[in-house]
Design a protein around this ligand. Structure first.
Ligand code: ATP
Length: 194
């Protein structure tokens, strides 16, 4: 079974594309959502986070997201440190999940694939591309946050054009090309690649 990564910047439409693959019967692991659960449930990871960020990182055993966000979104080194603690645990969880899948291929959706080195455990990576201006508008609308807030989150991600060059396939979610036909065409290609 092929293990496929699905990535793209904030607001590119990764989740939307992943849902279309799910409609086609392909199992999808939502790594960013899973990471939130893992940070609350993996005891050794929790201990590491407390060691580096202090006891205030957890309230009654649950991650204090406001506290952690206030640290990492102001400080790139702290963000890199948090990612270096969380990524190995989420990569392991995704690999375990992949082994349990029965489909022709399975997808791991994650904002950071190349940045975390998780492409090494994947056969192919799909990128979802949308221009920055559109990604900003979509994210502002979805999360009801300011333009500055979106830009701050984006500043932590690598250049989108560069990231797409590293992908094996690119889906264009730029309002110039229809999304669903692109996903179906790629699905058919991947079924033949099996
Ligand atoms: P993040 O990394 O922030 O989770 P994402 O890449 O998963 O973002 P989505 O959540 O899929 O992006 O899309 C961002 C927003 O844009 C969502 O509200 C989604 O409904 C909307 N959106 C995405 N693609 C389209 C489209 N083709 N047409 C209309 N709305 C879209």
């Amino acid at each position: 079974m092929l293990k496929i990564g699905l990535t793209g910047g904030i607001g590119s439409g990764k989740t939307m594309v992943a849902r279309i693959f799910e409609l086609l019967g392909i199992p999808v692991y939502y790594a960013d959502a899973a990471a939130k659960t893992i940070m609350n449930e993996d005891e050794s990871l929790k201990a590491l986070i407390i060691e580096h960020f202090g006891k205030a990182a957890y309230t009654d055993g649950t991650l204090n997201r406001a506290y952690i966000s206030s640290i990492v979104f102001q400080n790139k080194e702290k963000l890199a440190l948090l990612n270096s603690l969380v990524h190995p645990a989420t990569i392991r969880a995704a690999e375990k999940w992949m082994l349990q899948q029965q489909a022709a291929y399975a997808i791991k959706e994650a904002a950071l694939i190349f940045e975390s080195g998780s492409q090494n455990g994947l056969d192919l990576v799909i990128g979802v591309y949308a221009p920055k201006s559109l990604r900003i508008l979509r994210t502002m609308q979805r999360d009801t946050i300011s333009r500055d807030e979106v830009l701050k989150r984006m500043s932590n991600q690598v250049n989108e054009e560069l990231k797409m060059k590293l992908c094996d396939f690119v889906i264009y979610n730029n309002e110039q090309q229809l999304l669903i036909p692109q996903v179906i065409a790629l699905h058919e290609k991947l079924l033949k690649t099996e």
